[in-house]
Ligand binder design. Sequence first.
Ligand SMILES: [Zn+2]
Length: 98
Amino acid sequence: MMCRHCQKVKSNRPRGLCWSCYYTPGVRAKFPSTSKFARRGVSDFTGQSRQVLQPTDALPGTPEKLAILEERARLGLSLWHPLDATLERMAQKRQAVA
Ligand SMILES: [Zn+2]
């Protein structure tokens, strides 16, 4: 297998890279580890996350809410929506119904 970056040299370093590419700053970051043990959690994203389109009715701390947060993180979306259900809002809703 040839180096995934320069395609010129036989790869002899992890991630399918050759020695010089592997140790060139920035190159490793472009080629995520191919080892399944290196994949932990969701990929990093900062700042520029996209706004969530749909608020959720799932209450904080519930498995439903956690699943939604996980899904949003996976998609690189902002984790919070201003209209997500909160315990306070839930209580207000209940009072309004009663
Ligand atoms: Zn290379």
